[in-house]
Design a protein around this ligand. Structure first.
Ligand SMILES: Nc1ncnc2c1ncn2[C@@H]1O[C@H](COP(=O)(O)OP(=O)(O)OP(=O)(O)O)[C@@H](O)[C@H]1O
Ligand SMILES: [Mg+2]
Length: 296
C-alpha cells in the first residue's frame, strides 16, 4: 500500500481501559447512499460516546469527496489547542480513492488500502467506526461488507425513504426494496461468505420534526413494513436540532458541551438530544457494553 495515499492521524483516546486481547474489534459502518443523511454526525457522536465509555475507537474516513469528517477532526484538534481542553479524538485513518485509470487496478488498490487500514486499527481498538461516503462506490461496498453493525441514518421524509424502498403512497405497503437495500443485501451475502457473523442492520431516523406529526407517523409505518420485508432493526432517531450544525465548526459533539473549555450553553434541548444518543447506543446492543452504565 502506498502510505502517501493514506493520511493517518494518531488520536488521543479518552479514559481507556485494559483491552480484552481475545476479542476482535467490532466494526460499525455508518452508511446511506443518500448524501446529507447525517452519517458523519452520527459517526462522530458514536465515536465520542464510546470513547467516553472507556472504549478504544478507531475511525476510517471514506468520505472521499467532501472530507467533512477530516475537517470535523481538524476543528476538534484546534479546539483542544486553543481552549486547553482535552477532548478525546479517535485514532483516524483516511482512505483516498485510487487515481489508477484502469478499473481493476483501481479496485485492487482501494481494496488493499482498506484491508490494511482496517487491520491496523484492529490492533489497537475495541470499535472501528467507518464513515461511509454517499453514493455507490467500490470503497463503500467494501466497507459495508466488513460491517458487524450497520447504522443507516435516514432523513425523516419520503424523498430519502425512496433509496431504501418503493412504497405505495396509499397503503404504505412496500412495492419493492430499492437501490440502497439491494446494496446492503449484496454486502450481506459477501459478508456471509467471509465471516460467520451476520451484519446487524439498524436504521435510524434523523432530523425528526416535532411539527409534522402526520409525516412522522407515515414514515414510521412505511419503515416498519420495510423492516419486516428486508430485515433491519429500527432505532429511535435524532430530532432536528440547530445545535448539530453549530457544533460542526468547533469540532464538538453534544457529549462535549459540559466539558471544561466549552462556552456553549447547555440547555434542556441538549439534555434531550443526549438522551437520543444514549437510546441509539442501547438499541445497537454493541458487544462488551451489555449492562455497562452509559457514562455520558
Ligand atoms: N439531527 C440533525 N438536526 C439538524 N441538523 C443536522 C442533524 N443531523 C445532521 N445535521 C446537519 O446536516 C448536515 C449533513 O449532515 P452530515 O454531514 O452528518 O451528513 P452526511 O450523511 O455525512 O453527508 P454526506 O453524504 O455529504 O457525507 C450537517 O450540516 C449536519 O450538521
Ligand atoms: Mg459525511
Amino acid at each position: 500500500m502506498a502510505d502517501g495515499n493514506m493520511a493517518g492521524r494518531e488520536g488521543t483516546q479518552g479514559r481507556s481501559e485494559v483491552r480484552n486481547e481475545t476479542r476482535l474489534a467490532h466494526v460499525i459502518v455508518v452508511g446511506n447512499e443518500k448524501g446529507g443523511a447525517g452519517k458523519s454526525t452520527v459517526a462522530m457522536h458514536l465515536s465520542v460516546a464510546l470513547m467516553r465509555m472507556g472504549k478504544r475507537v478507531g475511525l476510517l474516513d471514506l468520505d472521499v469527496r467532501q472530507r467533512s469528517f477530516s475537517r470535523y477532526l481538524e476543528n476538534r484538534t484546534r479546539w483542544n489547542e486553543t481552549t486547553g481542553a482535552n477532548l478525546p479524538i479517535p485514532q483516524t485513518i483516511r482512505i483516498d480513492a485510487s487515481q489508477a485509470r484502469d478499473l481493476d487496478a483501481a479496485e485492487a488498490e482501494e481494496a488493499e488500502r482498506f484491508d490494511e487500514s482496517l487491520e491496523r486499527l484492529r490492533q489497537s481498538c475495541d470499535f472501528i467506526i467507518v464513515d461511509s461516503p454517499g453514493g455507490d462506490s467500490f470503497l463503500s461496498r467494501k466497507a459495508h461488507a466488513s460491517a458487524d453493525s450497520l447504522v443507516t441514518p435516514l432523513n425523516d421524509s419520503f424523498v430519502d425513504f425512496d433509496l431504501l424502498g418503493d412504497v405505495d403512497s396509499q397503503t404504505l405497503e412496500v412495492v419493492r426494496p430499492s437501490f440502497y437495500a439491494e446494496l446492503v443485501w449484496d454486502c450481506r451475502k459477501r459478508k456471509a461468505q467471509n465471516s460467520r457473523t451476520p451484519i446487524d442492520w439498524v436504521v435510524m431516523r434523523n432530523r425528526m420534526s416535532p411539527l409534522d406529526a402526520r409525516n412522522k407517523q407515515r414514515v414510521g409505518e412505511a419503515l416498519d413494513n420495510l423492516a419486516r420485508r428486508i430485515g433491519f432493526r429500527i432505532a429511535p432517531g435524532l430530532s432536528e436540532r440547530v445545535i448539530y450544525r453549530e457544533l460542526f465548526p468547533m469540532g464538538l459533539t453534544l457529549l462535549d458541551l459540559t466539558e471544561a473549555g466549552s462556552n456553549v450553553a447547555f440547555t434542556m434541548s441538549h439534555v434531550a438530544a443526549r438522551q437520543e444518543i444514549r437510546d441509539l447506543l442501547i438499541v445497537l446492543k454493541l458487544p462488551g457494553l451489555e449492562g455497562v452504565e452509559i457514562s455520558f
